[in-house]
Design a protein around this ligand. Sequence first.
Ligand SMILES: [Fe+2]
Ligand SMILES: [Fe+2]
Length: 186
Amino acid sequence: MISERDIKTLVKTKLQDDPDRFLHVIGVVRHAEDLARVTHNDEVKARIAAWCHDATKRMDRTEEIQQITGAYPDIRLSDWPEPTRHALTGAIFAETVCGVNDPEILNAIRYHATGRPAMGVIEKILFVADFIEESRTFLTASQRELPRKNLDLAFRSFLEMKVAYFHQEGMVIAKLTEDALNYYRK
Ligand SMILES: [Fe+2]
Ligand SMILES: [Fe+2]
């Protein structure tokens, strides 16, 4: 794996047309590190996943589809609504460009936009950190504090909020998100 500093530089370059997105990434890195620390998990893994998670957000749609179908020939694109696909290309970026081969980091990136059943702790940390980052202005102070007290509870309630919001806005919900919801409601 290349150094964390080099990963940060690469991500900054990839998001140079979207400085607000890069600021979001910096915020998610900070939250992911904090949540890993308070839950006694690997801070480095949490940070690396956070640096990479939105790195490919600006990729054009044609290249996105080419990369995804090349790397995951069995994937059904219809299961991955367009706003979730950067999670797949983000994992490809982490693996092929940054040399990340840790499955916990790669899965955290790959499933950060959808969730999935039976998520690992680094996956939950990234999902939650992405949700509480300051540009998400719809959260109350106590909702923002919840993950530090109870990561699992925060994860489940944010997953519910995300799905409720998608329903309200008439947005397509990824199959994995439905599966995650069913899994975590049990
Ligand atoms: Fe994302
Ligand atoms: Fe994000």
